[in-house]
Design a binder for this molecule. Sequence first.
Ligand code: FPP
Ligand code: MG
Length: 297
Amino acid sequence: MLKHIPPWIHKGYEHLLTQEVKSAPIPRHVAIIMDGNRRYARKLGQMASFGHIKGADITEKVIEWSCELGIEHLTIYAFSTENFSRPNAEKDKLFELIGLKFDEIGENERTHERRMRVHAIGDIDKLPDMLQESIKNVELVTSGYDRFNLNVAIAYGGRQEIVQAVREIAMMVEKGEIELNNINEDTISNHLYPVGGSALPDVDLIIRTGGDERVSNFLPWQANGNECASYFCAPFWPEFRKIDFLRSIRVYQARVEERKQHATVRAAHFLKALGKAEISEVKHAPLTENAHNRITD
Ligand code: FPP
Ligand code: MG
């Protein structure tokens, strides 16, 4: 609908939305499934690589918007383990493009102004040597930064990530480095692909473009496990606009508000219930950690 309105109205709306979004909590970690590059290219009668090139331009814009809003982690799905089954010609061009983007990021002065740290997460060994070199280089060049983290999931599969973590932990058990009973959620988190030596933080918002409403083996532990907000939208990735991004942040903010309201209602019910209880019962029944968690859930 907004596509057909004059650009100045579009800009005005974008500005208003930006101000609104900035006045509410900003997600710490946003993850994006950038889908629809080839369909976009096909729609314009172009080759798949055209769609990926246009898609990479949008990725750069999203980095800029994320920095502007104060998001700390942006994790993008650049290449899944399933994508290895694509035609060699497409893969070669895509790997070349991603390598080029890493090189540009390493050389771009905005990377340094933004204090942007770059990490690749995935089965990096499966990638062509040239791309592995570009990854190593951009990770090294940005290793001193910490204001904004760009995490690129490449040769990544969520289940494989968990399998690999389980293998590492099993090995530690075998060597007697950890007790079976001491394995907890943190143990698993700490053995998933790390960023800057630490576990990737829980995802607060996951976005998928291109019309499909599924999360395709992307960060199942960090996103699904955290019951993060999700935003599915129809535009193909190269068509993704700032207002789509801002709307996705609004969905996250609505979710935060909903949780707050829910906690307030629960607390009010709890206080009401307390009022009905005998004073002596209340006095002698200290709030257990469990009960506390339930009312603030
Ligand atoms: C999904 O669309 C997109 C990809 C598999 C590649 C995404 C990669 C980039 C945009 C490069 C960005 C990289 C950096 C480091 C800036 P698709 O190919 O599945 O398209 P379809 O859903 O229409 O088939
Ligand atoms: Mg796709």
